[in-house]
Design a protein around this ligand. Structure first.
Ligand code: HEC
Ligand code: HEC
Length: 205
């Protein structure tokens, strides 16, 4: 390699490194206080694990929080919307890049076991959810259905209720949210929502 080529390779390596650390800075500065340094989430703050979502899902939800597609009354949703409302597109893109590089984690750090009948939840899951979210809840990007793994039962049930009560998936531009919103009306009984959420949370173990 000629010296100029070596220099060019070195410069390329340095710029790749600094792009990674910029992205990492964006995540650690703007997201980690709630979602954790490893991205595995913090159930006591209502902040979900982010490591198993696809980029397409993450980007869409960030847009949703910034443009008011998500629930506006839930204090957890409000804290997330406030945290990212004023961030510019470049910082959000860097944070998402950093999340993509975090190791996948299915760890669910809640002390108490989920309330809910997991056997009944398994039947409900097969009948109503697996077609989109996948047999093992790993998600299906082609359908816009996220992975449900690594999420605690309270989070799952809370988001589900946002949909079934029309507080998520109501916005005209929220194409995928509207699908889940329509679907969620077929299963509205709170105890059945707890059953299916307990079953899904158990799939992460
Ligand atoms: C002040 C705490 C806080 C900060 C800071 C924060 N979040 Fe959140 N985030 C939350 C909470 C709480 C929720 C759950 C919202 C809900 O229940 O509707 C959430 C939800 C999300 C979701 C939706 C996941 C899903 O399952 O649909 C994404 C994506 C997300 N956050 C990404 C980020 C990114 C990226 C950053 C940094 C740029 C960030 N968050 C900063 C608290 C926070
Ligand atoms: C017709 C396909 C379809 C079916 C069937 C379906 N979902 Fe969904 N689900 C989606 C889509 C698409 C999204 C993403 C919505 C968005 O982008 O906001 C979603 C999102 C969710 C979320 C939000 C996850 C998060 O991290 O915020 C939960 C929880 C959920 N679904 C649970 C269920 C459960 C439980 C069932 C069965 C009772 C079910 N879904 C059936 C398509 C489906």
């Amino acid at each position: 390699m000629k010296l100029s080529q070596k220099l060019a390779a070195l410069l390329l390596a340095i710029s790749a490194l600094s792009a990674t650390s910029l992205a990492d800075d964006a995540y650690q500065t703007h997201c980690a206080s709630c979602h954790g340094a490893s991205g595995a989430g913090n159930p006591s703050l209502g902040a979900p694990n982010l490591t198993l979502f696809s980029n397409a899902y993450l980007e869409r939800q960030l847009r949703g929080f910034q443009e008011g597609w998500r629930d506006t009354t839930d204090p957890y949703t409000q804290s997330m919307s406030a945290a990212v409302g004023a961030l510019d597109a470049g910082v959000v893109a860097e944070a998402l890049l950093a999340i993509d590089q975090l190791p996948d984690s299915r760890e669910i750090s809640v002390a108490k076991a989920a309330a809910g009948d997991t056997d009944r939840g398994a039947d409900l899951y097969t009948a109503y959810c697996g077609a989109c979210h996948g047999t093992n809840a790993g998600g299906n990007d082609a359908l816009g259905a996220p992975s449900l793994l690594g999420l605690d039962a309270d989070y799952l049930a809370r988001q589900y209720r946002h949909f079934s009560e029309g507080r998520r998936g109501f916005h005209a531009d929220d194409r995928y949210g509207k699908q889940m919103n329509r679907l969620s009306r077929s299963l509205k009984d709170p105890s059945l929502i707890d059953d299916v959420s307990a079953y899904v949370a158990q799939l992460s173990q």
